[in-house]
Every structure is written in C-alpha cells, then in structure tokens.
Design a protein around this ligand. Structure first.
Ligand code: SF4
Ligand code: SF4
Length: 378
C-alpha cells in the first residue's frame, strides 16, 4: 500500500468541515476518553495523525472514521480545542465523496450551488412531469389515483429504488475495495465473508455500536428515525397500491395506524435533528455543514406535506390534495435520489458495512494466525 504524503489533505478536509485540526499535539486524550475506541482502533487520534502527516491513501483505506458516532466527548475534553469529533465527521463526508465514482458526492459536499441547484432541478423535473403527464383532474370529489395513477407511480418508485440502489451499492463496493483489498495485507477467505454476514444485518438494523456511547439517548433517537424512515420506505416501494388509495378507512385500519406511527417517528427524528442544530446544545450539533441541514429539512418537508395530503384527502378537498401531492413528491424525490447514494443518508449504509469489513478482516487474521501456528508446529 502506498504511503505517499499529500500536503493538500488538510486543506481538502477543511472544505468538508474540518476545523482546527492543526492545533492537535497528539496527546492521546481523545482516544483514551472515547468509549468506542480500543487497541485495534485508536481513533480519533490515529485519524488526526494521518491527516496531519498527509497520508491520504492510508486514511482512505481505514474503516475507523465510520466507527465514531460523534458523541462529542473527545471534543469536549481536548486540551487544544482541536475538535476531534468534528474532524471525524468531516472525514466521513470526505470518504463518502471519495467512495462515490460519479463525483456528485464531492460536488454536493463542497458546493452550495450544486447541492441546492440539483435538489431544485430534480424537484422541477417532478413538477413538470405532473404538469405534462397527470391523469384526469376530478374536482367533484378526491380521486388521487385518477390524477396520479398508483400503477404508474409504483413503477416510477421501483425505477427510483433501482437507481439509488445501483449507485449506493457500487459506492459500497468501492469502499470494500479500499478497506478490504487495498488496505488489507492478508488473503481473506470467502468463508470469512459468509460467517460474519450476521454482523452486517445486526448493525444495519440496530446500529448497535452507537448504543455503547455513554449517553444512549442519541442512539434511541436515531433508532426512532430509522424505524420511521424504514417503515415509510417499505410502504412506498413495496406496498404503494395499499397505501395510496382513494378509500376512506376507519382509524383502526392498519394502513392508517402504521402510516401514523411512521409519520410520528419521522417528525420526531427530523425535528430532533433540526432543533439540535438550532440550539447547538450537544457537541455534535455545534458545527453544522450545509449537508447536515439539507437532509433533515427535506425529510421534515416531505413528512409535513405527506400529512397534509392525508388531511386534505379526508377533508374532501380535491385540488388542494392534488397540488400538495405534487409538492410532496417534488421534495421526496430529490431527498431519496440525491441523499441516499451521494449524501448524508449514505452514512447509514457505510457504518454497518465498516463494522462488517472489520469483523471479516479480524476473522481472516485469526485464520492466518492459526495457519502460521500450525505450520510452525510442523
Ligand atoms: S485531538 Fe486533542 S485530545 Fe486528541 S490527541 Fe489531539 S490534542 Fe490530544
Ligand atoms: S466523537 Fe465520541 S465516538 Fe467519536 S471519536 Fe470522539 S469520543 Fe469517540
């Protein structure tokens, strides 16, 4: 593996939100205090050291920045105010851009014009799609499925899910190449990938490592948000014909209470994220990059417009329902298409994969150790 020194690494990371990294004098206090660091992963100090000496290749092949959940304890106690927690946050943004082969991630993270401009572009595309291709407009009563036929919307949903899965998974593959191929010296047997697959499932659904932070409240908040997001995503992509209906159901119908539960979770999660950034009480909210605002804002607007569509439909207001529905999709589409593979949301995939890759490498090292011990004994 190359050890080329890149003097541009630190200035580059500043574009992604790193602050005051140069103040670090490597005392190691941050690693000692971090509840998630251990002997194999002495972050954040090791990551900061790599930045200071410009070891870009080595940083790129490390999974350690993904192990930090930004509790902020290291930043609160750093004697030099070097903001190690925020530095790791900036590195994760930078890594997201580096994994992304399209180059869009980099543009979104480093250019406000690109980030806002692309969201507006996709939103306009959706609006124009409805302007030119909507179904008949029934004004006597609400017929959403006549205005926007659910079969068509469902096909578009699948196309969108395929699009974002393709980009996200190809980026995850590039992460794999960097961490387990370029950044690992030993051969990894296929069995290691299979036997550690449970790790991936566990971390996708629970973000278990997050629960090991001293303050478990952010983990619980995050779980609530993921529940809301995951439930709504499954409803939209898998069960849309059941969800987007012109029928009026009683409150006890599962279509309603499942939707309400997911909506409450989304409102809570997005509201928490936005309120935290406004109040700046927690360390993790003290510095806010534009990307930290965009995702919760889009999520909040999507949720509120979704609630409005529901209320207007039940209130029997056809035109208001149709217009709000178009606005709802014009916000939902850029949030999913741009944030999932290229932006803030991608963290939710990279973190569990980092845990998985580390577990795979550890198992491979154990194999290797056992083999070497056996051949030494021969
Ligand atoms: S970031 Fe702060 S606590 Fe960590 S090694 Fe540097 S100076 Fe010490
Ligand atoms: S922010 Fe928390 S989890 Fe991240 S390195 Fe600092 S102490 Fe560790």
């Amino acid at each position: 593996m190359g050890t080329r020194v890149d003097t541009n690494l630190l200035p580059e990371l500043k574009d992604y939100g790193a602050v005051n990294v140069e103040a670090c004098f490597n005392c190691g206090n941050c690693t000692a205090i971090c509840p998630l660091a251990d002997g194999d992963h002495p972050f954040p100090r090791n990551v900061i050291r790599l930045i200071q000496v410009g070891m870009k290749d080595k940083l790129l092949t490390s999974a350690d920045p993904w192990l930090c959940y930004y509790c902020g304890e290291c930043s609160e106690t750093c004697p030099k105010g070097a903001e190690p927690g925020e530095t790791l946050m900036a590195v994760r943004r930078w890594m997201t851009a580096q994994y992304d082969w399209t180059g869009l991630g980099k543009k979104f993270y480093t250019s406000k014009v690109w980030e806002i401009g692309t969201i507006l572009f996709v939103a306009l595309f959706v609006i124009l799609g409805f302007v030119f291709f909507h179904g008949p407009v029934v004004t006597e009563n609400v017929e959403l499925n006549t205005f926007a036929p659910v079969e068509v919307i469902h096909i578009l949903d699948w196309l969108m899910a395929g699009f974002l899965s393709f980009f996200l998974l190809t980026n995850v593959f590039r992460m794999f190449l960097k961490i387990l191929i370029k950044g690992t010296d030993i051969r990894i047997p296929i069995s290691a990938y299979i036997l550690e697959a449970w790790n991936l499932v566990l971390h996708v659904f629970t973000q278990k490592k997050y629960s090991e932070c001293d303050n478990r409240r952010p983990w619980i908040d995050h779980l609530i948000l993921v529940f809301g997001y995951g439930t709504m995503f499954a409803i939209i992509v898998l069960f849309l014909p059941w969800f987007q209906t012109d029928n009026i159901y009683p409150i006890t119908h599962p279509q309603r209470w499942l939707g309400y539960l997911a909506t409450i979770a989304l409102l809570y999660g997005a509201g928490q994220a936005l309120w935290g950034r406004v109040k700046k009480v927690r360390q993790m909210h003290r510095f806010s990059h534009l990307s930290d605002w965009v995702f919760p804002i889009l999520l909040m607007v999507t949720t509120i417009t979704g609630i409005l569509v529901h209320i207007l439909r039940y209130a029997g207001l056809p035109m208001a329902t149709y217009v709000t529905y178009v606005i709802h999709l014009a916000v939902l589409a850029p949030m999913l298409i741009l944030e999932v593979p290229f932006g803030k949301w991608a963290h939710m995939a990279y973190r569990p994969f980092a845990q998985y890759f580390i577990a795979v490498r550890k198992r491979a090292e154990e194999y290797q150790g056992a083999l070497e011990a056996a051949s030494a004994a021969d």
